[in-house]
Design a binder for this molecule. Structure first.
Ligand code: UDX
Length: 468
């Protein structure tokens, strides 16, 4: 196998992406935008059919437009046939799901399937790159599978963890903070450097490590960010009792460059497909390697506690939850996405419904995905419709549009003027002026004796519901 560097900096390479979920599809589009020839493949034929028509199966800002442009450019295609998709690939990205098993360990069955596909259909000299978040040591398993399943295929394995965030995924991939390459041969290093040349030429940093380090670094980064969030949620509990303000505490802490302000927002805790799974997976990996990383279990426990604390606040705000109408604003696990996987907002919804609440949710993007997850959930078309006749509004996701709620209108349609702000999105003074009892997170509550919002008539409720 020739292992020399080929001439030309930004050359066009042949890339195949296995798995077209969030990471996989964004990788397809990004690689195509960087000028490579890309084939995305997925075992879900319906998804492949949608993608061929330029329809992403989930919402991600700017993705649909970019997908269509790349399909039209002729650089990007999708195939449901692994043999088809893998035949010419110089680089294969494995972007399949690695969900947590019930014991927290990552389920790597799809990784093995992808490695097998490459072994059967890949071309000689292919570089196989793990992009899915996997426990350190997985590359060795991939390597073994490729060796066992292929007949003399020459290949190399590398790790290139993805740090994209849902909601800003495309921008994160096109303007990465860092590109991490875990490699163990000059061949893989050379191929991947050439692949990323369009980004490194623009000055984006490339960090090269060994494979186990790259695998571990991804878990470590996510677990550390999760720890920052849980730390702030712990502080929030203390601030509420001490009369301090957790947002101001985070500002002070965050102004120290050694700490940084990002991911210090107390609230309902973290959710989504990455943080909960990655914290558990790192804990499992540690214990498999003989180290008890107790801190990680505490991070996760404190995250569950954040939902409990919000439920307790609703209880404090309305007295008995049973029979109360509660509006839950925000269902997605964070703003900017329709993803409700491991959403703390839905965990709170379940908690309130099981306490007997008449719950009405609203989300600017995640109504359909939330209904799929919790079929019995009432979902309204506007925040005001959800709030009509409500005894309490709970803000559960940090959508920017909730900052701009018309508080006078909200108060008019609600039965009680009570807001639990589990994400600290509202302006305290404005809420106070509008006459609400206000329960933020980690900040002093504003209690008002005027609990008779008015006038709440059948007409007001009907008007609000019709305002959809
Ligand atoms: C995360 C990582 O940020 C990304 O690098 C990795 O590739 C995938 O996992 P994502 O899951 O899209 O990305 O969400 P992120 O923006 O990190 O937020 C995770 C959760 O933490 C959300 O539920 C969010 O609401 C919550 N969060 C975030 C807080 O509660 N407080 C904060 O200060 C920040």
């Amino acid at each position: 196998m020739a292992r020399q560097r080929r001439p030309g900096v930004n050359e066009r390479m042949k890339v195949t992406v296995i798995g077209t979920g969030h990471v996989g599809l964004v990788t397809c589009v990004t690689m195509s935008m960087l000028g490579h020839d890309v084939v995305g493949t997925d075992m879900d034929q319906e998804k492949v059919a949608l993608l061929r028509r330029g329809i992403p199966p989930f919402f991600e800002e700017g993705l649909e437009q970019a997908l269509r442009a790349e399909l039209t450019s002729g650089r990007l295609a999708f195939s449901g046939e692994p043999a088809d998709a893998l035949r010419d690939a110089e680089v294969v990205f494995i972007c399949v799901g690695t969900p947590a098993r019930s014991d927290g360990e990552a389920n790597l069955i799809a990784m093995e399937g992808a490695a097998r596909d490459v072994a059967h259909h890949g071309r000689d000299g292919v570089v196989v790159v793990e992009k899915s978040t996997v426990p350190a040591g997985t590359s060795e398993r991939v390597r073994l599978t490729l060796t066992r399943e292929s007949r003399g295929l020459r290949f190399d394995v590398a790790s290139n963890p993805e740090f994209l965030r849902e909601g800003t995924a495309l921008a994160d991939s096109l303007r990465p903070d860092r590109i991490v390459l875990g490699v163990q041969s000059d061949w893989a290093r050379d191929v991947l450097r050439r692949l990323y040349a369009p980004l490194t030429d623009q000055g984006h940093e490339l960090l090269e490590t060994d494979i186990a380090t790259a695998e571990l670094a991804k878990h470590a980064a996510n677990a550390f960010l999760a720890m920052k969030i849980s730390f702030s949620n712990g502080l929030a509990r203390i601030c509420e009792r001490a009369g301090a303000d957790v947002v101001a505490v985070a500002d002070v802490m965050g102004s120290d460059p050694r700490i940084g302000r990002a991911f210090l927002n107390a609230g309902l805790g973290y959710g989504g497909y990455c943080f909960p799974k990655d914290v558990a997976a790192l804990d499992r990996l540690a214990s498999r390697l003989g180290y008890d990383f107790r801190l990680l279990r505490e991070v996760s426990r404190m995250n569950d506690e954040a939902v409990e604390a919000a439920a307790a606040k609703v209880h404090e705000a309305v007295w008995n939850i049973e029979g109360k109408r509660i509006a839950l604003l925000g269902l997605a696990f964070k703003a900017g996405t329709d993803d409700v996987r491991f959403s703390p907002a839905l965990q709170l919804a379940e908690r309130l419904v099981s306490a007997g609440a008449d719950l009405h949710g609203y989300d600017p993007r995640a109504a359909d995905t939330a209904r799929e997850e919790l079929p019995d959930l009432n979902v309204s078309d506007t925040a005001y419709a959800a709030a009509a006749g409500a005894h309490c509004v709970v803000i559960a996701t940090e959508w920017p549009e909730f900052r701009d709620l018309d508080l006078a209108r909200l108060r008019e349609v609600m039965a009680y003027p009570v807001i639990v702000d589990a994400r600290n999105v509202l302006d305290r003074e404005a809420v106070a002026r509008a006459g609400f009892a206000y329960y933020p997170t980690g900040r002093t509550a504003i209690l008002t004796t005027d609990v008779t919002a008015g006038p709440v008539s059948v007409e007001a409720v009907a008007v609000a519901s019709g305002a959809a």
